[in-house]
Design a protein around this ligand. Structure first.
Ligand SMILES: *[C@@H]1O[C@H](CO)[C@@H](O)[C@H](O)[C@H]1NC(C)=O
Ligand SMILES: *[C@@H]1O[C@H](CO)[C@@H](O)[C@H](O)[C@H]1NC(C)=O
Ligand SMILES: *[C@@H]1O[C@H](CO)[C@@H](O)[C@H](O)[C@H]1NC(C)=O
Ligand SMILES: *[C@@H]1O[C@H](CO)[C@@H](O)[C@H](O)[C@H]1NC(C)=O
Length: 303
């Protein structure tokens, strides 16, 4: 991830790097996209929820390749059920997958010949997943409205955000989705039900509103369905504002955001979204966004 200027701009029109051929189970299709990641080569790895598989698309590929699951929904170790999120663990050349329907988090090696995963955590309702540079895993737990941090192998973890039931207080979350973490182990969470993004410093007992928090609406001070999240090294927050069909940037301390992609109404045009969900950047600073009801991942080139 390069350091992006707070004034960086992206081309208005995106191009599809995965999917874009309607809902379906063919190798050029996706059936609801959960989380995805972009690696240093620009390869995109996608949680293809209703196909119960994780897909990999290399730059220029017309078709994706199944890299985990794809054996129908189920709870066998070679199956996934509605995988919602995926991460790449470089050190082990594996994927870490939130296997939502099985309430478990699994690790799936990318080495050739590996056809099943191993369970890292079970009985965990996971709506978001992140890893810090010390390889602690952060899981947003949908059932408990909290984010917990785990050392790999540890089953209990430590609460690092929320956990005080659902509500609107600064120490509460209400339907949490994405979680991201920075080098200081500061945790950022999209607090979907409260139309805001929260930042929890390490060891904090409550969060700080860093985007939205002004109710549901379309103004630049508001969010309507914050979902995907990214935070750069300057502390700038990038957030997919799902129901407004736009992606916003909120520099540290800002009281309103700027629209960096979309914002042209709901649609399937190159500059539009139909419910943007997850977002990421490649190392050149190009922006990638999953576009739920267009069944595609869009890339917006840095100007
Ligand atoms: C908390 O969640 C429950 C069940 O989903 C819901 O009925 C309630 O309205 C939520 N509370 C707030 C403050 O949104
Ligand atoms: C957080 O708490 C731990 C354990 O109590 C302590 O070692 C650490 O210094 C604290 N870090 C910060 C940033 O407050
Ligand atoms: C938020 O506002 C949008 C219209 O701007 C509306 O479609 C949506 O239902 C609202 N969300 C809630 C939870 O009321
Ligand atoms: C952007 O895409 C729209 C169609 O969605 C097209 O009409 C327009 O010409 C494109 N603009 C550029 C600069 O390519």
């Amino acid at each position: 991830m390069p350091i992006l200027s707070v004034h960086a701009r992206w081309l208005q029109n995106g191009t599809s790097v995965a999917g874009g051929h309607g809902y379906g189970g063919a190798s050029n299709q996706l059936a609801y996209i959960g989380g995805f990641v972009v690696d240093d080569d620009g390869t995109v790895v996608i949680a293809d929820i209703c196909n119960n598989r994780i897909m990999q698309w290399k730059v220029g590929d017309m078709n994706g390749k199944v890299v985990a699951g794809g054996n129908g929904g189920g709870s066998r170790m070679d199956q996934l059920t509605h995988p919602g999120h995926v991460l790449i663990e470089q050190e082990t050349n594996s994927l870490i997958i939130c296997d939502y329907g099985n309430k478990r988090i699994v690790r799936w090696s990318l080495r050739n010949g590996i056809t099943q995963g191993e369970v890292l955590l079970s009985n965990t309702c996971c709506s978001g997943l992140a890893m810090d540079d010390q390889r602690y895993l952060y899981v947003s737990n949908c059932a408990k409205h909290e984010v917990r941090r785990y050392q790999i192998g540890d089953k209990y973890g430590t609460r690092v955000a929320g956990g005080n039931d659902n509500g609107t207080g600064l120490n509460q979350l209400n339907i949490l989705l994405s979680v991201v973490v920075d080098r200081q182990q500061t945790v950022y969470v999209s607090d979907y039900g409260n139309y805001r993004v929260m930042k929890w410093n390490k060891n904090a007992t409550e969060g700080i509103v860093v985007a939205g928090g002004q109710g549901n609406g379309t103004a630049l001070t508001q969010l309507s369905g914050p979902t995907g999240l990214f935070v750069d090294t300057l502390g700038t927050v990038y957030v997919a504002d799902m129901h407004n069909n736009r992606v916003m940037r909120w520099p540290q301390g800002a009281t309103q955001g700027t629209v960096i992609a979309g914002g042209f109404g709901k649609g399937a045009g190159a500059n539009q979204f139909n419910s943007p969900f997850c977002l990421s950047f490649d190392r050149h600073g190009n922006l990638y966004i999953s576009d739920t009801f267009n069944y595609r991942v869009q890339r917006f080139s840095l100007e």
